[in-house]
Design a protein around this ligand. Structure first.
Ligand code: ING
Length: 298
């Protein structure tokens, strides 16, 4: 039993403590519905700060976590362990090693015993580096984050093969294929997706369609469950897509969030449903790699 925990907006004046309380509330609701795993959105501890231009690095760094769990997020880890529920958590990660500082848009996979079993750092960073004052909002992920350096990995957890990606990663067939080649049965992802695309406003009516299309295609073409958790609603003036969803290996949408607020959707995700689709596809036998070279060239 898996829960996708959609979150409504996180306002600038909401403290991390208050956000952690919201996450714990969603966790407890998942426990009441006998869930084993809860998926939280991308950057689920703070407002999605790439939506606005910040000059001062110290101000930007306030949105990052230097350790996970940290004193403020520890209560979430402890509550989850007490409830024997695992979770996937998206957060902005700052890492210092050998005098170098790196900043990533990251997610953690935590098992039911409270152990961190996996980490992903977003690889496809959308948006732009420069400030675009003419736009109604920014997407400065290329400015604030480094490209992830962990690749697309899978872990044996929750009785299956689990992978993670983040937001824009879900729009890339390569993301799912690299996970699919590792036998992934369950892909966990979060997103902060504006309802408007400033550069291409004609696409605005299709934002929801493209969200589902991307994940349905990834699921079916690799015989895996794909679960997406939105940070939804109007967050600091930017309207974000909800429609958090649970997609089966068939590509069918088994559950969708109905609101744009904090909402749990729950489904019994039988990993054996991957068997016919992985069997039909048969990646080990049917791939013709000699014709695929272009996709690995610069
Ligand atoms: N947000 C958006 C996303 O990929 C985007 C950016 C929207 C790119 C629409 C292209 C089209 O859902 C994040 N955070 O990646």
């Amino acid at each position: 039993m898996i829960a996708v925990a959609q979150m409504g907006p996180i306002s600038l004046n909401q403290t991390r403590q208050e956000v952690v309380e919201r996450l714990i509330g969603l966790l407890r609701e998942a426990a009441r519905q006998d869930c084993e795993l809860v998926l939280f959105p991308e950057c689920c501890l703070t407002p999605f700060f790439p939506h606005w231009f910040i000059e001062d690095q110290r101000e930007i760094d306030q949105y990052f976590e230097r350790e996970m769990p940290s004193p403020v997020t520890k209560p979430l880890f402890e509550e989850a362990r007490k409830l024997k529920i695992g979770f996937c958590l998206g957060f902005a990660e700052i890492v210092e090693n050998r005098g170098e500082t790196r900043r990533y848009n990251s997610s953690l996979l935590v098992e039911r015993d409270g152990q961190i079993v996996g980490k992903h750092r977003k690889i496809h960073l959308p948006g732009h580096v420069e400030h675009r004052p003419q736009n109604p909002f920014q997407n400065l992920e290329k400015r604030y984050f480094d490209v992830g350096n962990l690749g697309f990995q899978v872990w044996n957890a929750f009785g299956g093969v689990v992978g993670m990606c983040i937001c824009n990663d879900r729009r890339w067939a390569e993301t799912y294929r690299v996970l699919g080649l590792q036998g992934v049965e369950l892909v966990l992802l979060g997103y902060n997706t504006p309802m408007q695309i400033p550069e291409y406003p004609d696409l605005n009516p299709l934002v929801g369609f493209h969200n589902q299309l991307s994940m349905q295609a990834g699921a079916y073409q690799n015989g895996t469950w794909v679960l997406g958790a939105a940070k939804a609603g109007i967050e600091e003036g930017v309207e974000q897509l909800g429609e958090s969803c649970i997609i089966a290996p068939s590509g069918e949408i088994r559950a969708v969030a109905k609101t744009n607020g904090d909402e749990l959707i729950v489904h019994h995700c039988d990993l054996d449903e991957t068997i016919p689709y992985k069997g039909l596809l048969n990646l080990e036998v049917n791939r013709q790699v000699k014709y695929y070279q272009l996709i690995t060239q610069e």
